[in-house]
Design a protein around this ligand. Sequence first.
Ligand SMILES: [Zn+2]
Length: 452
Amino acid sequence: MFCAEPFFGASNKSYPPRTRSIREGSLRGFLLQSLRVSIQFQIDIARGAGRTGRLTTPHGVVETPVFMPVGTLASVKAVSQDLLEDLGVGILLGNTYHLYLRPGVETVRALGGLHGFMSWDRVILTDSGGFQVFSLNELRKITEDGVTFRSHLDGSSHVFTPESAIEAQIGLGADIIMAFDECTEFPAERERVRASMELTLRWAERSKKYFEEHKQDVPWGRSRPSSVARRHKRPVSSLEFPVPDSNGSPGNSKPETRNLIGQSQSLFGIVQGGMDLDLRKESAERTIEIGFSGYAIGGLSVGEPREVTREIVEATLRHLPADKPRYLMGVGTPEEIAMYAALGVDMMDCVLPTRAARHGLLFTSAGKISIKQARYANDAGPLDPACSCRVCGRYSRAYLRHLYAANEVLAQVLNTIHNLSFYLDTMRRVRHSIRLGEGTGFLSGVSSQPKP
Ligand SMILES: [Zn+2]
């Protein structure tokens, strides 16, 4: 489906045939072996189940636990990259399914991967496309080989296999990429959940095999100028990146020089097993046997009750290695991300803060506000007096309500900036509380219940 750019291009022509084959093989093998370990996870403080740490990737260091805003189409909707940097976003998420359909993997690859294409020098994670394809329902067909699906854009037919999903993610060039998995539907019979889990395990092995054989093809792992480097007027191999300060905000300390040459992406495995505790344990153990740089808990937030989600997360975390990053996919509200961080989750992503913002639903320290309500029409106060974001520091509730009622584009921008700030601040407070050993004290005051 994708035509990966061959690693050895026209320069091979200078070798005599016999010598060339030996040199190609040995050089390729040498380069594969010489790729540096491209992710490091260091736990700084562990208190109870929660822990703070530092995730070091080719494009920077991220303080954990971390919330990752979702940038589905190489864009966090309504907020530009420089604003995301100002907010302290150190890592964001891109969706392989959407980027594969539009603008296409080869377009992104040719422009330096996602980092170059969207001019984002910090860390990126891409999903494998499995969850998006799963959510297409009637438009997909699953076989041992992979998933045939129809584009939601034009109805055209496509196939994702573990190999092509990894190939796409190598082309997109995120720092962290995900194994291709099947997200089991809810509810499902136990035998169906087991069969789905077994399929995900076979796909995990195929994902890893393809990744190990092709990881040198990442767009930024070689010495060549890219569009982002030209725009930044410095070589892409020596971009500067900020180191997070003690609050986890990148950009406030002296930049370090980054060297991307010879660095590869990191592949995470995904634990499935539906809502069955035994199958979750088995899935975790067998995924760990395959061996990944980090482990995600997938297949949740698919319609199950919230208390079931928590039970599954808590049980699954017990079976994941303590020294590897743990990523809970697609969760959740402000109090949920605080709760799961306290349980020992290191990474989370969710469209909730950005999607809710575009519908006028704003998270505040007093609960969730619907800014469209008439009671805010003459309210001169800030959206959230306890929030230090640039929106709450400048604009009134009356103005934000007017923008939303008038369908002004600025409403989406300002609402999204506030909601993202609220989520990022929540995670900063979580990290601070873990460091101070305050247990789950920080959970008080974090609420997504409607403001009375
Ligand atoms: Zn605010």
